[in-house]
Design a protein around this ligand. Structure first.
Ligand code: ZN
Length: 423
């Protein structure tokens, strides 16, 4: 299928009017070649909210280009078989006109690639560059957690430049490693040490949730757990409700609140610090506690009574028929429920700390664990599966040696130099 692409940043330095006519040409060509795809990269370069007050030299040009895009997108006929896709890292600054129905009305979040994804992306970019014998893309994929597709493309490109500067006719491992460090520094603007520390904190945070969830029968079973960031969250523990719930039992609620507390507690015990990573957990636990007290009659002090009133973020504001005294008790009861859950969870995590460690270290190694693997670790076992990168290399190096021996050999290798070794 024909594919037309242009990047928003290409328009920025153009003379007034050129960008708009480029857009018209592009859409005209696409319509003549349908079915086809138009891809507008870095749409935010022209698609920022208009009238935002920051006008630069390119302002008029930007606006004219944006208008041209809007006009073209509205001008499709039923018979035009053109799909228009745009990409941005800043969907929050886009002009609302762009995301209206009939324009860019579907949003797809592209998360950072995992190990397999990174390996495949590296393969694509490495195909255009001559690589030395010592280059091991699996290893490189393992050593680039949190890299985006663009970072990986830049890594290969940078390594090729370094090789050229060194008068080599091919890229060697040390070029790739130097390029990787350069990009990581430029990208994150934080040191490797800090990045590694955050990864460890995330792994222990998720391990805390996972342990509590796996050990409490009343909680939803663990589905999988990952430390690959998605959206704003650094990691995630997924549960698998066994059936749709139409109501909540007290035992289920207190188990769920403990699961929510587990992340912060494990993270704090490992790092000696606390982070904003628990904000969603805190919000959810507070919500449960509020409902338990206000609507579900689960506080003995307040009894079988529904307390209507205004439930602000900071405290409960009762309607006039409740005394300030009652409002105070409501706030106390919400806090008590959460405090009790927190203390019980702390005891549990202290008691089973070696299991939390086992889960966290497995997360640092494999990034994602499935429910059966969590069960093995909670039961005191160890995982001996090879990492994804091991499997991929076994696949590509056919004929493969006996897989059992191969896998255990690879397992003893350090898991790439950015990953902390198991404590
Ligand atoms: Zn959490």
């Amino acid at each position: 299928m024909p594919f037309f692409s242009i990047s928003g940043s290409d328009f920025v330095e153009m003379f007034v009017g050129v960008g708009a006519s480029r857009v018209r040409d592009l859409f005209k060509q696409a319509k003549e070649n349908g079915p086809c795809i138009i891809f507008l990269d870095e749409i935010d370069a022209v698609g920022r909210r208009r009238g935002g007050g920051f006008s630069s030299g390119g302002h008029d040009e930007r606006e004219q280009t944006l208008n041209a895009i809007l006009v073209e997108m509205d001008g499709f006929e039923q018979s035009d078989q053109v799909i228009v896709i745009a990409a941005t890292n800043r969907s929050d600054v886009l002009d609302p006109a762009l995301t209206r129905p009939g324009r860019f009305d579907r949003q797809v979040q592209v998360t950072l690639p995992d190990l397999v994804g990174r390996r495949k992306i590296l393969e694509v970019h490495a195909a255009n560059v001559k690589m030395g014998q010592d280059v091991d893309l699996d290893r490189l994929a393992r050593g680039t957690p949190m890299f985006s597709g663009a970072d990986l493309a830049a890594l290969i490109n940078e390594a090729a430049i370094l090789a050229t500067l060194g008068n080599q006719d091919h890229v060697e491992l040390h070029d790739l490693e130097e390029a990787r460090d350069k990009i990581r520094f430029g990208r994150a603007r934080k040191s490797r040490k800090i990045e590694e520390r955050e990864r460890v904190a995330t792994a222990y945070h998720e391990a805390g949730h996972t342990l509590v969830q796996a050990m409490l029968e009343e909680a939803d079973p663990v589905h999988k757990v990952t430390i690959i960031p998605r959206g704003q969250a650094m990691g995630a523990t997924f549960s698998l409700p066994e059936r749709d719930r139409y109501g909540y039992g007290l035992r289920y609620l207190s188990a769920t609140m403990r699961v929510l507390c587990g992340g912060r507690i494990a993270e704090e015990r490992k790092t000696g610090d606390i982070s904003s990573g628990a904000s969603m957990d805190i919000q959810m636990a507070t919500n449960y506690a509020r409902h338990m007290v206000l609507e579900w009659g689960m506080s003995e002090r307040l009894g079988f009574v529904r307390y209507s009133g205004q439930d602000s973020q900071e405290m409960y504001v009762a309607e006039r028929d409740y005394s300030p005294e009652t409002a105070r008790i409501i706030d106390e009861e919400i806090k008590r429920l959460i405090d009790e859950a927190y203390e019980a969870t702390r005891r549990m995590i202290d008691e089973h700390w070696t299991k939390v460690e086992a889960i966290a270290e497995a997360l640092l190694k494999y990034e994602t664990l499935q429910s059966d693997e969590v069960k093995v670790l909670v039961d005191g076992g160890t995982l001996d599966r090879p990492t994804v990168a091991d499997l991929l290399s076994a696949e590509s190096n056919t004929p493969s040696p006996p897989t059992g021996a191969d896998a255990s050999d690879d397992d003893e290798e350090p898991t790439g130099d950015v990953l902390p070794s198991p404590a």
